[in-house]
Design a protein around this ligand. Sequence first.
Ligand SMILES: [Zn+2]
Length: 209
Amino acid sequence: MQQALTFADVQSVKHLAKQLKLAHPELPHGKRLDLAAAELLGVRNYHELNRRFQAVIDQYLDSPSGPNAVAHCLYCDFRFAADLKGDQREHRENHERIMEVHEFTGYRPGTYVEREAMKTDGYTKARSPGFLEDRIDGALLILRAWFDRSYHRAIDAGQWRKHPSFETYVAIMVPYIEGVFPELAPSLAQRYGRTPGVIAHGQTNWPLQ
Ligand SMILES: [Zn+2]
C-alpha cells in the first residue's frame, strides 16, 4: 500500500464487510472486516488498517510534551488532552468529519490560525491605498476567513451540504460589506450579486437549518 489511506478507503472496507455477510454468515463482523481490509487494501487485517489510518490522522498533531499537555490538530483544529481515550475518540470523529468533506469536495476550511492570518492579510490589502483590484482581493480574503468559520460550523452540525458556496456567500455578505468597505462593495455586488436577508446584519455565520 503506497498511497496514504483516505476516509473513503476505510468506508469502502466497512461497506464491503457488510456485503460479505451474505457470503459468510457464519463469520463475526470483526472477521468480515479483516477479509474486506485484506481484499480491498492488501493489509493483513482491519486492526492494521485502523492503525495506519490513525497514523494518517495523527501526522497533523502538534503535541507538546509534559503532564496535562493539550494536543492541537493542525488539520481539523481540534484541541484535546492527548492522554484521554474519550478525547482521542472525539478528535478522531471530528477529524473524520472534516476529512470526509475534504475528500468529497476537495475543500478543507481553514483553521483558526489560518483564518486569522487571512483576515490580517485581507484587512491590510483592503485598506491599502493601492489598486482597486488588490483591495478587492483583500476583501475576498476576509470573506474567505468568515466563510471558512461558517462552513466549519456547518460541518460540525452535519449540514455542510446545505451551506452556500463561497460565491453565494459573498453575495449574502455584500450588504454587510457595504458598511465596512463601501467603496469595494459595488464591485463585489457586480461580480457575485447581492442577497440581503440570509445572514443577520453584523453576523458572518450562515444560520444552521
Ligand atoms: Zn484532527
